[in-house]
Write a new protein. Structure first.
Lengths: 177, 341
């Protein structure tokens, strides 16, 4: 139990620090790498929550598929170091607006976590394994997804299909078959 | 510390060493078979029948100079081979290679012969395979060399394209096995039909096996799909700029990936450690024999078929293999639902 808590704090810290560093990098390639680290740490947290399926899907979809596309874009655009001159001024209004937005987001996040704790109680790390199995098994997730959330699932797939068609249309040169 | 824990750690260590040695054995086998296919003798100077050749190769590589091109991203350049080798070795952790054993009565409770028994093992193999793309892509980008970059771009698009077929071939076996655990899938294949034909999924899934093997070869960047390192176009592709041990790590990763793909194929399609004649406790011998046969097939293909053209590869992957894999998946699902296979 104690070691589990220790691991949680370790991976949580890795995820937070890596996410913070993503924003601070000059080199887009390093940002992408740090984002992968953050996703992998998140997958480890899922594992600690007894949700191996969610963890593996996190790795396959986010750390695997989506980030490879990010890397691809960075490589193809050959985006080098961000050319920021020392004297570049950021408008005061933009700074203020960004600060307010960040503060609102932070408050919202804290409120959401607190509210979730109030409604459901604190999330215990060691619940009954049978309950965990019932909630996180692939069978349970599949049944939920294709019965209760079937509509959302189908809408999402149509959304992805539409964006795919859009990408093909945009990428195709005019006059080509 | 309990005895079970010691045995578990020993098992992890054993798998690690066995993987390293297997890649040495693969180097020797590859060179010997290539020589045989080309009417040559192959390595025969170091040790009896050239058996110590892989170790001579490793020693030679260790003493070579470590080079780094000018303008290369030092951190990424060093990170890439580490990611490749780590991903290759990690993927094998969830692959079972024998029935449960008590180690000749040493342990009270039988332990499974595998480094980690996870109930979503198939997905873990798939996830780590998708992570190994990074090793190649980062090597290509970090080298600051046009050949490396082109090789990496090719490799990434190839691996992404064939990963789809790979996943669908896996999914059709998962439907038959009714589980995501490799151990349960293997156990679903024990016994025989009519007392003669073993209950291997390869007989129910011949198309799935073909798709799996083709995309497995493409995933591991082996001939005839070795575009990331097509010599006549790209020098050596993503590892053009690597020398010494960093190069050796890419080499190691390639061979270990082949072993993993073969081991997973054995578990998914050929009944893992189940086989006639031998008792259950010696099942790992069957496992070794089956994996070796598939690895031989790998080498055989490499030295028989010429390399495809790059557009042919993409055309084949997306317009031929993917529809076949998807159709196979749908038919398998229908078969399980309506015929109760």
């Amino acid at each position: 139990m104690a070691s589990e808590l220790l691991l949680f704090y370790l991976f949580a810290a890795v995820a937070v620090v890596a996410s913070a560093l993503v924003v601070g990098q000059r080199n887009p390639m390093h940002s992408v790498l740090l984002l992968i680290v953050s996703f992998a740490a998140l997958a480890a947290v899922y594992l600690l929550l007894d949700a191996p399926f969610a963890a593996v899907i996190q790795i396959i979809i986010y750390a695997g598929a989506i980030m490879v596309l990010f890397l691809f874009v960075v490589m193809l655009l050959n985006a080098g170091r961000e050319a920021v001159q020392a004297g570049t001024k950021v408008a005061a209004g933009a700074r203020a607006a960004g600060g307010v937005l960040a503060a609102v987001l932070g408050v919202e996040l804290v409120w959401a976590v607190a509210e979730a704790r109030r409604v459901t109680g604190a999330v215990p790390l060691d619940v009954d394994p049978a309950v965990v199995e019932r909630l996180t098994s692939v069978r349970a997730i599949g049944q939920k997804l294709f019965t209760e959330y079937a509509f959302a699932f189908e809408v999402t797939s149509i959304l992805i299909l539409v964006s795919m068609v859009g990408a093909v249309v945009l990428a195709k040169r005019r006059g080509e078959p | 510390m309990s005895l079970v824990l010691v045995v578990q750690i020993g098992l992890v260590f054993f798998v690690f060493v066995a993987l390293l040695l297997s890649s040495a054995a693969m180097v020797y086998a590859e060179r010997k078979f290539a020589a045989a296919f080309q009417q040559r003798l192959g390595p025969n100077r170091v040790g009896p029948k050239g058996l110590l050749q892989p170790f001579a190769d490793v020693i030679k590589l260790m003493f070579k100079e470590e080079l780094r091109p000018k303008g290369a991203d030092a951190f990424v350049f060093l990170l890439a081979p580490v990611i490749s080798a780590t991903a290759a070795i990690t993927a094998f952790a969830v692959v079972p290679f024998g029935a449960e054993t008590t180690l000749f009565g040493l342990l009270d409770e039988p332990i499974p012969l595998q480094a980690a028994d996870i109930n979503v093992a198939v997905l873990v193999v798939f996830a780590i395979a998708s992570m190994s793309v990074y090793g190649i892509v980062l090597a290509g980008w970090g080298s600051n060399s046009k050949y490396s970059l082109l090789g990496a771009l090719r490799s990434a698009s190839q691996m992404i394209s064939y990963e789809l077929c790979y996943g669908m071939a896996l999914a059709s076996v998962l439907i038959l096995g009714g589980s995501l655990s490799l151990r349960e899938i293997v156990d679903a294949q024990s016994g025989a039909w009519f007392g003669i034909i073993p209950r291997w999924f390869v007989f129910l899934q011949p198309v799935g096996f073909a798709v799996y093997m083709i995309s497995g070869i493409a995933e591991t960047n082996r001939a005839p799909f070795d575009f990331p390192e097509a010599e006549q176009e790209l020098v050596a592709g993503y590892h053009t700029e690597y020398s010494s041990m960093a190069f050796a790590m890419f080499f190691l990763a390639e061979y270990i990936n082949m072993v993993t793909v073969s081991a997973v194929a054995t578990n998914l399609f050929f009944g893992g450690w189940h086989g006639p004649l031998l008792p259950e406790s010696l099942g790992w011998m069957w496992f070794l024999i089956k994996v070796s046969a598939i690895l031989f097939f790998y080498i055989w293909v490499r030295w028989t078929l010429p390399r495809y053209r790059y557009d042919q590869l993409m055309h084949f992957g997306w317009k031929v293999l993917l529809p076949i894999a998807a159709l196979n998946l749908v038919l398998t699902a229908a078969g399980v639902v309506y015929l109760g296979l």
